[in-house]
Design a protein around this ligand. Structure first.
Ligand SMILES: C[S@@+](CC[C@H](N)C(=O)[O-])C[C@H]1O[C@@H](n2cnc3c(N)ncnc32)[C@H](O)[C@@H]1O
Length: 261
């Protein structure tokens, strides 16, 4: 199972997906609040946001008062993130990956992966996270999942499965408990989830499908045509605004032991 999922790991080059990424729905705020409470972090604490991309999680972390080092390997994504968080005082952007962040050992109270843990070699990323966390610090990973039993989303999912036979969601929808436990580096992970319906303008929501790397890699040459079909379907069924239920799922785990990371 793990190998099958590893094979589905999207390529780490997000350049083709950068332009439309910013149109994605935000993470459910109540889940981000709960994550912060579980991780026992306070405003001013140092947080490293890994695979920070266009700042989708970096920005909500900054709004909650943390001092954020954002690590992102794809220049086009990093540029968007820098622009989005421009004006925030307590943010610094770095080139780096989950496996090799380039950050100092024992520096952070919390290390986060917003929709990016699945693009890493997860055991290596956990080891690197343990290295840069301070004693008693926390790892957290989270994703936004479209609720697939929503009638409209169910039909989009049917369309995808029809055009991309054998389509798989990969590790981005997998339970992360086991891989965290297998590292032996963290205490038992706490799982959090919350669902909210987001009312979004349909066209940007359709644009954001172009940033779906898991689908893009499996659809291959058929990706553009599939996106056109999704757009035509949404225009016909939803009109200018679409109500999309998203569940934000998060796993939060404390660094094991009392010493330095
Ligand atoms: C799906 S985006 C998530 C962006 C943002 N964190 C969010 O919450 O929406 C995944 C990001 O991970 C980055 N990435 C790719 N390979 C990575 C790696 N090995 N380690 C860390 N991030 C990586 C990509 O460039 C991309 O910006």
């Amino acid at each position: 199972m793990v190998n099958e999922l590893t094979d589905l790991r999207p390529s780490s080059d997000y350049s083709p997906f950068a332009a439309t990424y910013q149109h994605r729905a935000e993470y459910v705020p109540a889940v981000v609040d709960a994550l912060v409470r579980v991780a026992e972090v306070r405003p001013g604490d140092p947080v490293c946001d890994v695979g920070a991309g266009s700042g989708h999680l970096t920005e909500p972390l900054l709004r909650r008062g943390f001092s954020v080092d954002a690590v992102e390997p794809t220049p086009a994504m990093r540029a968007l993130g820098e622009t989005r968080t421009h004006g925030h005082q307590h943010v610094r952007w770095y080139d780096g990956t989950g496996e090799s962040s380039g950050r100092a050992s024992g520096a952070y109270a919390l290390v986060t992966f917003g929709s990016s843990f699945n693009v890493t070699d997860r055991p290596q990323a956990l080891a690197e996270t343990a290295r840069i966390l301070r004693g008693g610090g926390y790892f957290a990973c989270l994703w936004n999942h479209r609720v697939l039993d929503d009638p409209l989303q169910a039909r989009i999912e049917e369309l995808i499965r029809d055009r991309v036979p054998g389509y798989r969601h990969g590790t981005r929808r997998a339970d992360q408990t086991e891989v965290i436990a297998a590292s032996g580096l963290f205490e038992t992970a706490v799982a959090l989830s919350g669902t909210e319906v987001f009312r979004l303008p349909s066209e940007p929501w359709c644009d954001a499908w172009a940033s779906h790397s898991t689908l893009g890699h499996q659809a291959g040459d058929g990706f553009a045509a599939l996106l056109d079909e999704i757009r035509a379907f949404v225009r016909a069924e939803a009109g200018d605004w679409i109500d999309v239920p998203y569940t934000t799922r998060a796993w939060v785990a404390r660094l094991a032991g009392d010493g330095e990371g």
